[in-house]
Design a protein around this ligand. Structure first.
Ligand SMILES: [Zn+2]
Ligand SMILES: [Zn+2]
Length: 376
């Protein structure tokens, strides 16, 4: 194993071995495999061939935000046999989020999770892109839960590191545990619907839209609302209606971490899969379930839309149909009525000002929410 060496000429060399990316393989996994094919430690490899100082390549979220120059360098060095973009999580851009770069890139991605059974079956063990998507917590092939930490020492995985400078990426870098030996984490049949919901979510991601009623909604606009409802459930404890669903048991008393952003990281992967199922359930039989959820929790238009960076039109319309936007200072008088009120005030020698008009007409003339100010 080559480690901590410096052959400056490698900076200009192409890779001598170019492994073929495997089905749904993630970039960091492919780079790590390429490094080992060169009998070189991944950190040394990226340092030597890519001129990235040790660790930095993997620390800076190469799977999400690797810059175009580095992408080009890797493609050049692999003789253009590799499409680096296709190995990155940016392939989800436009599906999970409108633009993964402009928005917060980590909302819908987690650290590396894995399925031990997949690793056991792999001829060449490797790590999948979907294992980093927040919505993917159950291996659909093996119908078991993914591990989000090393099964033994509970540390997050870092496949670019080596345990004791000896063991490869198939082992936990921290304790040396061989990852594929993790026991299968079964799903109780009571909670099996979370797999159906996960499949539905992935269908939305794949199609790029969801049909709500008869209307197709872009997936990234749907996930925007999805996050909002997750907040109502987790932060505001709005549990009516969903508390009748079997999946609710998994989030009822779940321990919440002190992180509010991204919201999903408050709870572990098992509870997340239940949360996502319950949120999907709210959108079933649209808008019937949404209506039941809103009404039983006594949610207002404000509760349902506040603090959203952007309220999609379809959602605005649905919410407005259930709990209309209440405008306490709305425009309920006509221009003529205002003129009439002003004449009246003048006739009784009262000042024509906002306060007196408000008192007389019962509408707030000081509010910016209506156009009343322009009438004076
Ligand atoms: Zn699996
Ligand atoms: Zn470990």
């Amino acid at each position: 194993m080559i480690k901590k060496v410096n052959f400056s000429r490698l900076k200009h060399e192409n890779f001598s071995i170019i492994p073929i990316p495997l089905e749904d393989e993630i970039l960091s996994s492919w780079i790590v495999r390429t490094a080992y094919a060169h009998k070189t430690h991944p950190h040394t490899f990226t340092n030597q061939y890519l001129n990235y100082r040790p660790h930095a390549f993997f620390l800076t979220e190469s799977d999400i935000t690797l810059d175009e120059n580095m992408i080009k360098t890797i493609e050049d060095k692999s003789l253009h046999k590799i499409d680096v973009h296709s190995l990155m999580l940016k392939t989800y851009s436009g599906f999970l989020q409108e633009n993964i770069y402009e928005n917060n890139p980590t909302i819908f991605f987690t650290h590396q999770k894995y399925c031990p059974l997949c690793l056991r079956e792999d001829t060449i063990p490797y790590f999948r892109k979907k294992w980093r998507v927040v919505f993917y917590n159950i291996c659909h092939k093996h119908q078991c839960r993914l591990y989000e930490h090393c099964p033994t020492c509970k540390n997050e995985l870092d496949i670019s590191k080596m345990y004791d400078n000896k063991l490869l990426y198939t082992h936990c870098h921290h304790c040396g545990f061989e990852l594929k030996k993790g026991r299968k984490l079964p799903i109780h049949k009571k909670y099996i619907s979370s797999l159906d919901y996960q499949n539905k979510i992935f269908k939305i991601i794949q199609d790029g839209y969801i049909l709500l009623g008869k209307t197709p909604i872009y997936s990234f606009l749907f996930f925007e609302v999805f996050s909002k409802l997750s907040k109502l459930i987790l932060l505001n404890a709005k549990h009516q209606f969903i508390n009748k669903h079997p999946l609710f048991l998994l989030i009822k008393d779940v321990k919440q971490q002190k992180v509010n952003h991204p919201i999903f990281k408050k709870i572990d992967a098992k509870a997340q899969s239940a949360l996502f199922g319950l949120t999907m359930y709210i959108f079933e039989d649209f808008p019937h379930n949404l209506k039941s959820y809103v009404l039983t929790n006594k949610l207002t238009y404000h509760d349902l839309t506040t603090k959203m960076p952007y309220v999609p039109f379809w959602y605005e319309k649905a919410v407005n149909g259930i709990t209309p936007r209440y405008l306490p200072h709305s425009m309920t008088v006509t221009k003529e009525e205002v003129a009439h009120a002003m004449r009246y005030l003048r006739s009784i020698n009262k000042d024509i000002n906002k306060a007196n008009l408000t008192k007389l007409l019962g509408c707030n003339f000081s509010s910016n929410d209506n156009n009343l100010q322009s009438y004076i």
